[in-house]
Ligand binder design. Structure first.
Ligand SMILES: [Mn+2]
Length: 380
């Protein structure tokens, strides 16, 4: 039996205020592209079942575009006659009972099986039972729902558990309403053929459990997620040829192609050299993060962000971090009677520069500070 497991597709997520040729936020389009790649793989791989472990949408009230895209894709999946089992995650569950769960819109599709009612739901087929525990706002319900799950295990069929949670504190995402699976109930995993998890955005096996996996997200919902590998799991459950042997589980992680995030460092100790020798071969259409290191105060004025961006003309986005050099003779802040940040900064430049250079920079610094004060004056 082949099962395709994917998760955390976060449709509707957007970032970076960049539009593509169709006037869609480029990062939002990237998420649609990642989803479409998985659907293309479903068509090619023809699994027996498809499972999605939550956070289909980024928000519990997604945009019209995100909903329209999902409906189009679900129509394609539904037409394949492969059962598709889907649970709600924390992002697609309304926080109050006043609004209606978005996953309800897929109720009309005959091959799509949904679990979003904040309780255990058994979804049964001729050869497999999917034990689904969707996101629950009320955690006090969890133990009774896990108990129901355990009671419904039937050894005559394959048993697959589906959850959207952190198993132990390791997989917390620092998000609202995330659920930590109780560790004293982890023994149930041993009674399952496979435990499919969503919530954590990296692919991986969980701790000592040989059959418990996060498939990871299909794109990054934060630039702090530096993983360049995203994809899905194609798992194969093999029946033992003789009863004395164990059934085997085969996990195949398949990557999709996502927009890369590339980090580079420019050492300003030898800035001209670093800038002219920087490798740009891997930067086309990528998200680039540049760290300027060993900067001096003088350099920090002279090196403009625009100059750095111009080094990577093919990149989709370039962000720049500045890290100052720690000079040995520098006076500690508390040695100086600081009247304003501007004056302190000018004093600092004076130490390094000759008179002519100081005059030039002084004008520039004063200009920058007055521009900053204007823009940060919240009385306006
Ligand atoms: Mn997620």
């Amino acid at each position: 039996m082949k099962i395709l497991h994917f998760s955390d597709t976060h449709l509707g997520y957007n970032d970076l205020e960049l539009l593509n040729a169709e006037n869609i936020n480029q990062r939002e389009a990237d998420f649609y592209d990642a989803f479409a790649q998985v659907v293309a793989q479903i068509i090619e791989l023809k699994p027996d079942y498809i499972i999605h472990t939550g956070d289909l949408f980024h928000r519990s009230s997604p945009s019209n575009r995100a909903i329209t895209f999902a409906l189009e894709q679900f129509k394609i999946i539904n037409a394949l006659n492969i059962p598709f089992v889907l649970i709600a995650g924390n992002h697609s569950t309304p926080r109050t009972n006043l609004s209606s769960p978005i996953l309800k819109i897929f109720e009309g599709f005959e091959n799509i099986h949904l679990s979003y009612s904040q309780e255990y739901k058994m979804i049964e087929f001729s050869d497999v039972i999917f034990h689904t525990l969707p996101h629950m706002n009320d955690e006090t319900q969890a133990l009774s729902q896990i108990k129901l799950c355990e009671q419904n295990i039937h050894k005559s069929k394959k048993n697959i558990m589906m959850m959207h949670c952190s198993v132990g504190a390791w997989y917390l995402m620092q998000e609202f309403g995330e659920w930590v699976y109780p560790s004293e109930k982890e023994y149930i995993f041993g009674k399952m053929d496979y435990v499919a998890l969503g919530h954590w955005h990296g692919y991986g096996k969980v701790g000592k459990h040989e059959n418990v996996y996060y498939s990871g997200s299909t794109e990054r919902t934060s630039l702090n997620d530096k993983r360049n590998s995203k994809g899905f799991i194609l798992l194969t459950l093999n029946d033992a040829k003789t009863p004395s042997l164990f059934d085997t589980l085969d996990i195949d992680y398949k990557e999709i192609k996502i927009r890369p995030i590339i980090q580079k460092e420019l050492d300003c100790e030898a800035y001209e050299n670093a800038a002219s020798n920087v490798d740009t071969s891997d930067t086309a259409n990528a998200i680039i993060e540049i760290k300027l290191t060993n900067l001096t105060a003088l350099q920090s004025i002279d090196i403009q962000n625009a100059d750095i961006k111009a080094l990577f003309p093919e990149a989709m986005n370039v962000s720049i971090k500045r890290e100052f050099k720690r000079s040995e003779g520098a006076s500690a802040v508390d040695d100086i009677e600081v009247i304003s940040l501007e004056e302190y900064f000018l004093e600092h430049i004076k130490e390094d520069a000759d008179e002519k250079e100081f005059e030039r920079l002084k004008n520039k610094v004063q200009e920058l500070f007055s521009a900053y004060e204007e823009s940060s004056d919240d009385t306006l």
